[in-house]
Design a protein around this ligand. Sequence first.
Ligand code: ATP
Ligand code: MN
Length: 466
Amino acid sequence: MSKEADRPKVADLLKCAERGVEVTVKGWVRTKRGNKNVAFIAVNDGSTIHNLQVVADVASFDEELLKQVTTGSCIRVVGTLVDSLGSGQPVEVQAREIELYGGADPETYPLQKKGHTLEFLREIAHLRPRTNTFGAVRRMSHAMAFAIHKYFNDHGFYYLHTPLITASDAEGAGAMFQVTTLDIANPPRTEDGSIDYTQDFFGKQCNLTVSGQLEGEIGAMALSKIYTFGPTFRAENSNTPRHLAEFWMIEPEMAFYELEDNMDLAEDFLKYLIRYALENCMDDLEFLNKMYDNDLIERLKFVTDNDFVRLDYGEGIEILSQSGMKFEFPVAWGLDLQSEHERYLVEQHFKKPVILINYPKEIKAFYMKLNADGRTVRAMDVLFPKIGEIIGGSERETDLDLLQTRMSDYGIRPEDMWWYLDLRRFGSAPHSGFGLGFERLLLFVTGMSNIRDVIPFPRTPKNAEF
Ligand code: ATP
Ligand code: MN
């Protein structure tokens, strides 16, 4: 490894027990204060929520140089690690040498000190990772992605890359973005006037995927347990704090798992991830708990310490109907639950995460296994406080005839899905899986309340800047 790769970061220096050693610090200046004799420069390199204090004897440095060390500038400091005289930090660096990598004009640098709204910070998504809040969120996002791979690796799952461009418009999970190289101002037409997709890049109409599940099932029918973790796209025009047009989804798919096994996995997986955050991200959690959500850490512990409630959709409807609540959207057997209903069950009624199962078949996807009652399917939605639905999943239909009937109910042509049906023709097996929205998970573990603030570059209706 190069010397630079081995150089201790601010997080390491703050934990370092040695004193009097020479260190090199590289990072961005958060603040500079002081007087005519001494300057205190708070430096952050993204490795921790905490800054490292650099102390510079004004007389030992070029005045012009120190003037350019302003909030937002980037510097290299060589100095001695010593006990800090001030409170608030264990160590500081007594500077011997300062190099300015890049200045930041105080007149135009948008991130002066503090107090910016999250809405304003969204407009400067290229600079917001340099704030405490977004640094914390990004580090936690990394920790969660790492923990997801670790969990699956430790439990015998294989990571499967499913395609982002797909020709199957059958997932039924939401509106799609079309992928085409045709001239949209003047597309080729067939004799009946419709667009001639045989001349398009793939020779047929293609879209960005809304889910990797159908291909995930191919993987499970060979490797037993797989998971995907990749981008998904939904052209749904829903401007909510929980929906993005481009988001990342984790989709495990397991052969031989029935609905019960699927629920056990979802609960164990979510608890593992939250425990991982509590064990590895406490500095960032304490900051977010203090600044945004005073119940955050409590809520995370509550989820890891309690069993999720498992409830029939029918019973859920019963509870909602008898709640005496005035909901904006109607409640009746056969209707889908809205976020307000999901949150009532979780936050007011049970005060625990809820796994709702056995939904009416009409409101769920064609591939979900039909129950013996002929009118419900083995679906499961995991509902969380503050979020509502965090996971959607099901046991899959394996009966070829039933599956074909369900497909024709949805107007899906069997010839378009021949490979999916083949999985039921050759070596079929009971299997199940679910999808976890990565950014919904981040909303929960960070306590942030808008999904635009947990993804680095949000894609939402009328917004694709950066
Ligand atoms: P919702 O009812 O909240 O729109 P959905 O029923 O469309 O969700 P699924 O198709 O089951 O969701 O997708 C699986 C998971 O992906 C959801 O439980 C959620 O965590 C996440 N998810 C779905 N749509 C979005 C979106 N537009 N933005 C971010 N995450 C999403
Ligand atoms: Mn949706």
